[in-house]
Write a protein that binds this ligand. Structure first.
Ligand code: GRF
Length: 203
């Protein structure tokens, strides 16, 4: 499976995917790491691992469609079969999502459908939840809305800061994202309507 990872920042999830490929736990090849910021540390991680990178700055395009068209060209040129969003902080247009229909996944640092949006952890902590977590889901045209593939639950206390909870959640992100990718790479994931089943897992 040829996967492209889209990231805007630190890329710790990208790193977990690189590591899984390198230790043979993920039968896939990362054909491209695409970033919309030149200062994304994800680029550095990709270069260190010898993975092709592309930087496409959203600020250089007048419309979201124009930006997405440039990304689609780069992703197709790289031969991407699955688009993996890992801290990619731009909303995708319906055109992009239709181009890769059923082939885009995202990880969100909350137990969806709770706490959608860019501040999932802080919102959950402010709300006073006792269980935080993360969700891997297919991407549809509404933000953080697509069919859920896997979730991990992380206990937390109201005495803890968002930073502390975030670290704990991130550690689980790094476990479930490569696992979901391996399920997809081995064709065990089926999407029917908005229900996902994963062969031989009980999910
Ligand atoms: C993660 O918390 C992920 O859930 C969210 O963005 C963050 C990306 O972190 N979508 P990193 O860049 O992978 O370290």
């Amino acid at each position: 499976l040829q996967i492209a990872v889209l990231a805007s920042g630190s890329g710790s999830n990208l790193q977990s995917i690189i590591d899984a490929v390198e230790r043979g736990a993920l039968e896939a090849e990362i054909c491209l790491v695409l970033c919309n910021r030149t200062d994304a540390y994800a680029l550095e991680r990709a270069r260190k691992a010898g993975i092709p990178t592309a930087t496409i700055l959203h600020t250089e395009f007048e419309t979201r469609e124009a930006f997405d068209t440039a990304m689609i060209a780069a992703l197709n040129a790289a031969g991407a079969e699955l688009i993996v969003l890992a801290g990619f902080m731009r909303l995708l247009t319906p055109m992009f999502i239709q181009t890769f229909a059923g082939r885009i996944i995202n990880i969100h640092p909350a137990l969806l459908p709770s706490f959608k949006g860019a501040h999932g952890i802080a919102d959950a902590v402010d709300y006073g939840v006792k269980l935080a977590g993360c969700t891997v889901h297919f991407v549809d045209e509404c933000m953080d809305n697509g069919a859920i593939i896997a979730q991990a639950v992380v206990p937390c206390s109201t005495a803890e800061s968002a930073d502390v909870v975030q670290k704990r959640v991130l550690a689980f992100e790094h476990r479930i994202y490569p696992q979901v990718l391996q399920w997809i790479a081995t064709k065990r994931v089926t999407l029917t309507g908005r229900k996902v089943t994963v062969q031989d897992t009980g999910l």
